[in-house]
Design a protein around this ligand. Structure first.
Ligand SMILES: O=C(O)CCC(=O)C(=O)O
Ligand SMILES: [Mn+2]
Length: 214
């Protein structure tokens, strides 16, 4: 297995772990309180829920969305909608500060024109995980994915462009941001089962936000 250090970037705060995939260490740590406050408001309007996949399994992660579009899944498939299927209302607006932070992170990694219109909120309790998958329900793969991690640490799995093989493991800490795009945009990725723990800001959960152009 190739060492991730192979791609280590020039800047200590950024690790480039694939051709166009970057870990911005602690990038949103200072903003964590404000981000979580905004999320609490979003979740009041569109509550967290456990989706059922097309295969009929219940996802272990609890999910909501904000922005013009929200990502959903049910027996009919994975897709984006412009209304929350629970409330029947439009998804809550994407807080401007969050959008700006995501755009600045993308710029930091050379993705100049990123303007996300969907933000998927994933809340992991201990034992929750996300299997290896591609983010491929979007229409413009020239746009990156920007992902914030808050609260409990997690092991992120970074695979190839095809299923199979053993993925690299990347530890994501509170405040870390991942950006991936270009030739890495359709990489398989996932999250290992969350270990028990307590975090001063989130208690026993990990919160993940992924900003996307739907
Ligand atoms: O929780 C994470 O770090 C990744 C989430 C993810 O891949 C997704 O929501 O599609
Ligand atoms: Mn994903």
């Amino acid at each position: 297995m190739a060492s991730l250090d192979l791609f280590a970037g020039e800047n200590n705060d950024v690790t480039r772990f694939s051709e166009r995939a970057y870990l911005l260490h602690g990038y949103v740590e200072r903003d964590a309180n404000a981000i979580l406050e905004q999320l609490r408001e979003v979740i009041k309007q569109s509550p967290l829920r456990q989706f059922v996949t097309p295969g009929g399994g219940k996802m272990s992660v609890r999910t909501s969305s904000c922005g013009d579009f929200g990502w959903i899944t049910d027996r009919k498939g994975y897709r984006y909608t412009d209304t929350d299927t629970i409330t029947g209302e439009p998804w809550p607006a994407m807080p401007a500060e969050l959008k700006e932070l995501a755009e600045t992170a993308a710029k930091e990694c050379g993705f100049e024109s990123f303007s996300p219109n969907a933000c998927l909120i994933n809340v992991y309790h201990p034992g929750a995980a996300m299997g290896l998958h591609q983010d491929k329900d979007e229409s413009d793969f020239s746009q990156p994915i920007v992902s914030f991690s808050l609260g409990l640490p997690a092991t992120f799995l970074w695979g190839g462009l095809k299923r199979g093989g053993s993925p690299h493991k990347i530890t994501l800490q509170h405040g870390d941001v991942l950006v991936w795009g270009g030739p890495d945009r359709l990489r398989y990725h996932g999250v290992k089962k969350l270990a028990d723990g307590q975090h001063p800001l989130t208690g026993n959960v990990r919160v993940n936000l992924t900003f996307r152009v739907r």
